[in-house]
Design a protein around this ligand. Structure first.
Ligand code: NAD
Ligand code: TYD
Length: 336
């Protein structure tokens, strides 16, 4: 049995990871440590909550005493660190919690992992650490890091801290840098669920700038299969880019959502651009493909349609979210 501390497992990618991997594997015991911030939601974990190989702990990765206690109690030998403040716009409104959770929290996990001599520490990072691309080219693992937002700079700091623990102490660290994810259970502050839910509610769709910023989209299950591949087979001290070679300008995705839901394009509203808005991300994932044999399984067309339909069917899930704190955030961000 592999005792794995999964942090941030009540969020979008972490909950999809836990639900998926517990279906696939009976040799993983998962301890999910999550602070249940606005983005954490135990409803995402309904398929796993009764699994004998799963346990949940409500707590903060910055809490060194708690983290030490959990390593001791569960004889943790593996860590997959998803926990983070993850939204660029929120990091622009206020950055302190981003540096606290993403940088200090990761350093607490690294220190504890070193003390307990873990066998693998996977740091979930992002392609945003590379900065922004021009019209041509792709991010490879050899690109220099040039993060532009408080969010991406905090992720770059955490990613470098993890690699430094490998270099300095020999901690068996691997880092994954993935492009933009979409799928079920994504918090509706991010582009795709926000546009789906606003369309369903006949609300305006706020498009930043000219709508021509490009992101490279991957289905969350493909990301999670890649994470597990790197977790099992990745060489320590290495970085692996993850992406599905699916670049699209934002406006195209928004039009596709409207078309699928049979809503009019006049819901689109161009709004003030995001400060420091990165123009284009695009990932070269040839390293993980050639070295570890991973490749994306889902086509964009299939997975985006599946995703839109999931939000249509799961109004109960999102209608609880888009009140209270969310409305306050929405008003502040979009000044409506
Ligand atoms: P999310 O915001 O949906 O979930 C984050 C989770 O972390 C939440 O459950 C939250 O409660 C928890 N958390 C936050 N602070 C915590 C703390 N101090 N202690 C314990 N738990 C805490 O984020 P996501 O989209 O699922 O992203 C997961 C990871 O993947 C992040 O590290 C993010 O940087 C990375 N990533 C995301 C994307 C993407 O497209 N969403 C792409 C590449 C990488
Ligand atoms: P987002 O989902 O926030 O991911 P990231 O900024 O981490 O890539 O945004 C994806 C793209 O969509 C990005 O170019 C910003 C744009 N965007 C909008 O145009 N309007 C919105 O309301 C949001 C949330 C994002």
């Amino acid at each position: 049995m592999k005792n794995i501390l999964v942090t941030g497992g009540a969020g979008f990618i972490g909950s999809n990871f836990i639900n998926h991997i517990l279906e696939e594997r009976d040799d993983y015991f998962i301890i999910n440590l999550d602070k249940l911030t606005y983005a954490g939601n135990l409803e995402n974990l309904k398929p796993s909550e009764k699994n004998k190989n799963y346990t949940f702990v409500n707590g903060d990765i910055c809490n060194s005493e708690l983290v030490n206690y959990l390593f001791e109690k569960h004889k943790i030998k593996y860590v997959i660190n998803f926990a983070a403040e993850s939204h660029v716009d929120r990091s622009i409104l206020g950055s302190e919690i981003f540096y606290r959770t993403n940088v200090v929290g990761t350093s607490v996990l690294l220190d504890t992992a070193r003390k307990f001599e873990v066998e693998k520490f996977l740091q979930v990072s992002t392609d945003e650490v590379y900065g922004s691309l021009g019209k041509e080219g792709l991010f490879t693992e050899n690109n220099s890091l040039s993060p532009n937002s408080p969010y991406s700079s905090s992720k770059a700091a955490a990613d470098l801290a993890a690699l430094s623990f490998h270099h300095t102490y020999g901690l068996p660290v691997v880092v994954t840098r993935c492009s933009n994810n979409y799928g079920p259970f994504q918090f509706p502050e991010k582009l795709i669920p926000l546009m789906i839910i606003n369309s369903l509610n006949d609300k305006k769709l706020p498009v930043y700038g000219d709508g021509m910023n490009v992101r490279d989209w991957i289905y969350v299950i493909d990301h999670n299969i890649a994470i597990n591949t790197v977790f099992e087979k990745g060489r320590v001290g290495e970085v692996y880019n993850i992406g599905a070679s699916n670049e699209m300008p934002n406006i195209e995705i928004i039009k596709l959502v409207l078309k699928h839901l049979e809503k009019p394009e006049d819901l689109i509203q161009f709004v003030k651009d995001r400060p420091g808005h990165d123009r284009r991300y695009a990932i070269d994932s040839s390293k993980i493909q050639s070295e570890l044999g991973w490749k994306p399984e889902f086509s964009f067309e299939e997975a985006i349609n599946k995703t839109i339909d999931w939000y249509v069917r799961n109004k109960d899930w999102w209608s609880k979210i888009i009140s209270g704190e969310y409305l306050k955030y929405y008003e502040k961000q979009y000044k409506m």
